[in-house]
Write a protein that binds this ligand. Structure first.
Ligand code: FES
Length: 359
């Protein structure tokens, strides 16, 4: 019997709670876990290093065998213990093709100047660093029955989930058509540049369009997409990028009403532009402020509070809090809601007039 197996069967461990078991195992070996998921950093590959700009790196992790695997396009919540014994959790998209239980996977991230976790992982972490993980989650994924023709439209770092799906399709030797349109600032800013160049040279059945609008490439236009993909509104499309790109592409697909062929994930949500005015009250802390129209998370931080958050994009639900009174607007969908005692994601909700939150 292995030492881990012996420990798991020991009387002390058997009496401990699930987390207690993992505390015992972690002390002996950080890569032993009965319930929690942890992973060891085994490789760091710098994708983009433009002087004066935040670098982008792909990190390869070996998870504990408690990792259940992931579907390409999903994300994971990753926690690191930073100097000063602070554990911070943030949400990152997995960039590798799907993984099975215990398989290695990659996460690609930009060292966001305001992001303590991404800066630490890209700029300071060394091979051997152990991180804590959630299981993979998210429904911006390919369906089990892969459509014959797939279109990806991505911008900047929004290429990451699409790249995971593309890699998975190539591994599965997908026989259908893939059209991949990606917008980046320049070839130097292009994440996965070498791999994309290889794909564009060898083909692999992928119709690849790398567009650099700052270098003479044209911004998204429905006419140009129609030229590349005739009747594009009838083709299954995955769109991921900054708000400007999403807001340009979505109306083209929804010209005749909602279109379930288009799946959207914001890489950066639109800046909340709710209606300024009214009072925003944080019940538990007794703080009240003029509603600036920004997201409730930003307004809480501006008021000196430190709410829990992960992705700041509305996908991980870490920031969920109870709205006790008032109306909020979801900045991703534009929908408003005035139900009392409602659970809302404060990173993508902005108040409409007077509002109270249990924070
Ligand atoms: S921080 Fe992830 S949903 Fe708000």
């Amino acid at each position: 019997m292995s030492i881990a197996g012996t420990l798991l069967r020991s009387r002390a461990v058997a009496l401990a709670s699930p987390h207690g078991v993992d505390r015992y195992l972690e002390l002996v070996n950080p890569m032993w876990a009965a319930h929690e998921v942890r992973a060891r950093l085994v490789e760091i590959h710098h994708e983009v290093d433009v002087p004066g700009e935040p670098p982008v790196a792909t990190l390869t992790f070996q998870p504990t065998n408690t990792w259940r695997g992931h579907r390409p396009g999903q994300y994971v919540q990753l926690s690191v213990d930073l100097p000063g014994a602070r554990r911070l959790t943030r949400c990152f998209t997995l960039s590798s093709a799907g993984s099975r239980p215990g398989d290695r996977f990659t996460v690609t991230m930009r060292a966001n100047p305001d992001g303590e976790v991404s800066r630490f992982l890209v700029e300071q972490a060394a091979v051997g660093q152990v991180v804590h993980l959630s299981q993979a989650a998210g429904d911006f994924v390919l369906p089990e029955a892969v459509p014959e023709h797939i279109v990806f439209i991505t911008g900047g770092s929004g290429i990451t989930p699409a790249m995971a799906m593309l890699r998975s399709l190539l591994l599965r030797t997908h026989r259908g058509r893939v059209t991949f349109v990606h917008y980046a600032r320049s070839p130097e800013h292009q994440i996965f540049r070498a791999e994309l160049e290889e794909i564009s040279t060898t083909g692999y059945g992928v119709d690849l369009h790398l567009v650099y609008p700052e270098q003479g490439g044209r911004n998204f236009s429905p006419m140009e997409l129609e030229r590349i993909v005739p009747n594009f509104r009838d083709v299954d499309t995955w769109l991921c990028g900054p708000a400007g790109l999403v807001e340009a592409v979505r109306p083209a697909y929804e010209a005749d009403g909602p279109n379930d062929r288009l799946r959207v994930e914001y890489f950066k949500p639109p800046r909340a532009s709710g209606t300024a005015g009214g009072r925003l009250a944080f019940d538990r802390s007794g703080i009240e402020a003029e509603n600036s129209g920004e997201s409730i998370l930003e307004q809480a931080e501006a008021a000196g509070l430190k709410p829990t958050f992960g992705c700041r994009m509305g996908i991980c639900f870490s920031c969920t809090a109870t709205k006790t009174e008032g109306t909020v607007r979801n900045v991703l969908t534009g929908e408003t809601s005035d139900r009392p005692d409602e659970q809302i994601r404060i990173c993508v909700s902005s108040p409409e007039g007077d509002c109270a939150i249990d924070l």
